[in-house]
Write a protein that binds this ligand. Sequence first.
Ligand SMILES: Cc1cc2nc3c(=O)[nH]c(=O)nc-3n(C[C@H](O)[C@H](O)[C@H](O)COP(=O)(O)O)c2cc1C
Length: 169
Amino acid sequence: MNSFLELCRARRSYRKYTAEPVGKAQLDRILQCALMSPSGKRLNPWEFYVTTDTTLIRSLKDCRQMGTTMLDTAPVAVAVALDSEKADTWQADGAIAALNLQLAATDEGLGACWCHILERDNAEERVRQAFGIPQNLRVLCLVTIGHKDEERQQYDLQKLPYQKIHFTA
Ligand SMILES: Cc1cc2nc3c(=O)[nH]c(=O)nc-3n(C[C@H](O)[C@H](O)[C@H](O)COP(=O)(O)O)c2cc1C
């Protein structure tokens, strides 16, 4: 991607993926970006649980009643888990790391999507068990990553909600 503006324009939620596996070098670079995420007081309360086991990923499809279509085809899922005792900014820290994962995937030409887990039905416990995540960690979300199998429009700079920007004199 030539610029951060172009990267932001191209980042969309992709929920359909081809069966092509994500290359190990690509996945490693994406995970490196997660590890460079900023966090409050640099406490880094996150842990990233990564799987390419498609049977495991598919098995989580019904962990919530809706919003999990990306789990039907994703070849990679990263569970973003956090120690809520370690940092009172843990939810913000996790969200930033999840976004870094998505932006890094976009930069690699891949698609990615956030699947929310925290406080959604029994999803947190299901994901904990599937990934072997210890009880002391909260699970914020899964970020799915894969080769895109759907078209999404890039953001149009002319159509952004500029009314949400408030300049104070
Ligand atoms: C906090 C958060 C939770 C989200 N949870 C889900 C989800 O559970 N399932 C889903 O399909 N998309 C989920 N998304 C993706 C949003 O639906 C998506 O970002 C939004 O519709 C804007 O579309 P875009 O990402 O293509 O720009 C989530 C995004 C965020 C930031």
